[in-house]
Design a protein around this ligand. Structure first.
Ligand SMILES: Nc1ncnc2c1ncn2[C@@H]1O[C@H](COP(=O)(O)OP(=O)(O)OP(=O)(O)O)[C@@H](O)[C@H]1O
Ligand SMILES: [Mg+2]
Length: 251
């Protein structure tokens, strides 16, 4: 029996901006159902690595495969439709003048490439149903018809995360989903992500500075410093690794 191919296979990715090596020959794999944490000091290359993996930025070298298929150069909507890949960004991507429901529906249309239809006023009974299921899952029901801009920052971060799940992705890359979020919302977000992972067998890669969040959510952790992986292991191993402590203290 052959072993199952990794969901995500990142090989020798490098990316420089002028003289800065933002990502320096990074390789790693993620297996189905894993929640992989990606940590490292500010400016260590975490977001740039996500951008290289999912096409927002073109790497100088390296390759990326999802379920054995090369993905570099694919558009985000094709990544979503064909390979079931979604992501969130470090900065909020919600539209403040639209309701929670419409933000989620719009995310679904972006994934399926039918945004134009929505903007032209086409009806979307199926999408609304899916959006309502997602709203219920993330427990945003009481905010369904509120403008996103009227929500607290933590609620907007939760909405932002929920939007990535509209297409039922099997691989989700989340860039600081808990950044600036209060403790109650943080526990709620963690609970929803781990429940989704358990119920759907989906795979996550999570960038996060909140150590308590990362250590309790993730099954394995990669540590980046100056664009390169300096450590990898279970939360306990990484927490006790002197190289990791040094990288944070020295930053
Ligand atoms: N578009 C860009 N042009 C020039 N330099 C960039 C660009 N994007 C990132 N960098 C630089 O690349 C390095 C890595 O940045 P990146 O945003 O990937 O770090 P990060 O680990 O996500 O940091 P943070 O934890 O603060 O979000 C930094 O030195 C940053 O200044
Ligand atoms: Mg970043």
């Amino acid at each position: 029996m052959t072993a199952e191919a990794p969901v995500l296979d990142v090989r020798n990715i490098s990316k420089s901006f002028g003289g800065i090596k933002a990502v320096d020959d990074v390789s790693f794999t993620v297996n189905r159902g894993e929640i992989l944490g990606l940590i490292g000091p500010n400016g260590s290359g975490k977001s740039t690595l996500f951008n290289c993996i999912l096409g927002q930025s073109r790497p100088d070298k390296g390759k990326v495969e999802v379920n054995g298929k090369p993905v570099l150069g694919m558009r985000p909507c094709d990544l979503s439709k064909r390979l079931g890949v979604a992501r969130t960004f470090q900065m909020l991507q919600v539209f403040p003048q639209m309701t929670v429901l419409d933000n989620i529906i719009l995310a679904g249309q972006e994934h399926s490439g039918t945004m134009l239809g929505r903007l032209m006023g086409a009806s979307d009974a199926g999408l609304t149903e899916s959006a309502d299921r997602l709203i219920a899952f993330f427990r945003l029901g009481h905010l369904r018809d509120e403008l996103a801009g009227s929500l607290s920052y933590g609620q907007q971060k939760l909405l932002d995360a929920a939007m990535a799940f509209m297409a039922g992705p099997q691989l989700v890359l989340l860039d600081e989903p808990a950044g600036g979020v209060n403790l109650t919302m943080l526990e709620h977000l963690k609970d929803r992500l781990s429940t989704y992972n358990r119920e759907n067998g989906s795979t996550f890669v999570v960038i996060e500075h909140n150590m308590e969040f990362v250590m309790s959510l993730c099954t394995r952790i990669l540590v980046l410093a100056n664009g390169a992986i300096i450590a990898e292991g279970s939360p306990e191993e990484v927490r006790a690794n002197p190289i990791v402590i040094e990288a944070y203290l020295g930053s």
